[in-house]
Design a protein. Structure first.
Length: 82
């Protein structure tokens, strides 16, 4: 496992505890598409629900449907006659 060192002064300036900084890091990596929800949750030391709550607090969408997903939804709605 790699170690990331954040100087205490940087954490103080950011107004974050070590745990809060780790959560911010996990949220931003998820938002950038670099980590899955579960991996970000593990990094932050949270369960899935806790991670979803943290993302929602930061207005970071949990689900990001692709154009392909939306097209398939339209096909399915058409089949259902909706």
């Amino acid at each position: 496992m790699a170690t990331l060192i954040v100087p205490d002064e940087v954490l103080r300036q950011a107004g974050l505890s070590e745990r809060e900084a780790l959560l911010e890091f996990a949220c931003r990596l998820f938002d950038a598409g670099r980590l899955s929800l579960w991996t970000a949750a593990q990094l932050a030391g949270l369960d899935r629900n806790g991670m979803e709550d943290a993302l929602l607090e930061r207005n970071i969408p949990i689900y990001r449907p692709t154009a392909e997903d939306l097209a398939q939804d339209l096909v399915n709605l058409d089949r259902l006659g909706v």
